[in-house]
Design a protein around this ligand. Structure first.
Ligand code: 0GY
Length: 296
């Protein structure tokens, strides 16, 4: 029995996701997923904003195999703060089939960064979602960015659509490749060719160091699972078609903070051909792009 009790309004991840109808190409990468604990072994951070259910590396490998993926990119979740032990443990037990994105503080030592690199970390995440973290000040983030640039790592940024205007100049000054989580969380009640998503597309178009994950329809959609998250499709498809060499896809398993429904990961995989309609786009999204960013 774990000493951590998950938040009462938290849903557990789907125990038996369907087998996707879409057959993933051999070598496909799930480029956004997490491990949580297990809390007994890898305690959740005191400063966390939520207490999740456990979601172990072995459960992640089982999902990978069930869905037909070959590799994972594990992103440090905020419930572990800057304690990357669960992430490193997963990477070290992945047979080189997983890479990681860590969270670090400004005082991280060169030795610690080197150890993270050895384990397979290739980026850091800067999180600006206020319900998840107290974001570090820009000058601290800038100093971290300058440090990790030396390792040829990239920066993953997580923010919500309405915050982009105030973050835009900070983002475009970052000195590395920058990967945006979940297309910058667009408000899909607004038009895909309107000014809000237009600013995100402008960010991508004018800054060739920017990449985007076309992930998390279950988080972004207002239509929901019964309508197969159809309102997210035009947004994701636009990003894939306009920037085919700078997009990634991920399950987001175990789906932190999903409180109204838990997605079926098989159904999420079945959205890939709607986002990337040709075999060439699918190969770039699922294999070429993540392999270039994480395994080259
Ligand atoms: C996601 C999204 C969320 C949470 C986290 O690190 C996290 O805690 O990433 C969220 O609640 O929107 O990318 O998994």
């Amino acid at each position: 029995m774990s000493k951590f009790v998950k938040d009462a309004d938290w849903l557990d991840w789907h125990p038996s996701p369907s087998k996707p109808e879409f057959v993933l190409p051999a070598g496909a990468v799930d480029a956004h997923c997490h491990v949580f604990g297990p809390g007994e072994q890898f305690p959740f951070a005191p400063e966390r904003k939520y207490t999740p259910c456990d979601a172990s590396k072995d459960q992640l490998w089982a999902l990978r195999d069930h869905l037909g993926f070959s590799r994972n990119v594990i992103v440090q979740a905020t419930c572990h703060g800057a304690d990357n032990r669960a992430l490193v443990d997963a990477l070290n037990h992945s047979n080189d089939l997983a890479r990681g994105v860590a969270t670090v503080k400004e005082n991280v030592s060169d030795t610690e960064l080197e150890a993270l690199h050895q384990a397979g970390v290739r980026g850091v995440r800067f999180n600006f979602v206020k319900r998840l973290v107290d974001a570090l000040p820009f000058d601290s983030l800038k100093r971290i960015a300058d440090r990790i640039k030396e390792l040829n790592w990239h920066i993953v940024i997580y923010f919500e659509g309405q915050e982009l205007p105030e973050l835009y100049d900070f983002f475009t000054a970052l000195p590395t490749t920058v990967v945006v989580d979940h297309m910058g969380r667009p408000d899909v009640s607004k038009p895909v060719d309107g000014p809000e998503f237009g600013l995100f597309l402008q960010l991508m178009r004018n800054n060739e160091n920017f990449w985007s994950k076309v992930s998390c329809p279950e988080r972004i959609s207002l239509a929901g699972p019964t309508q197969r998250y159809k309102d997210v499709v035009p947004f994701a498809r636009t990003v894939v078609e306009q920037f085919p060499d700078r997009v990634l896809w991920g399950t987001d398993w175990p789906h932190p903070n999903m409180k109204t429904h838990m997605p079926d990961d098989g159904q999420l995989v079945d959205m890939i051909p709607l986002f990337a309609p040709t075999a060439e786009l699918q190969r770039k999204l699922l294999i070429d792009n993540p392999m270039r960013l994480y395994w080259s």
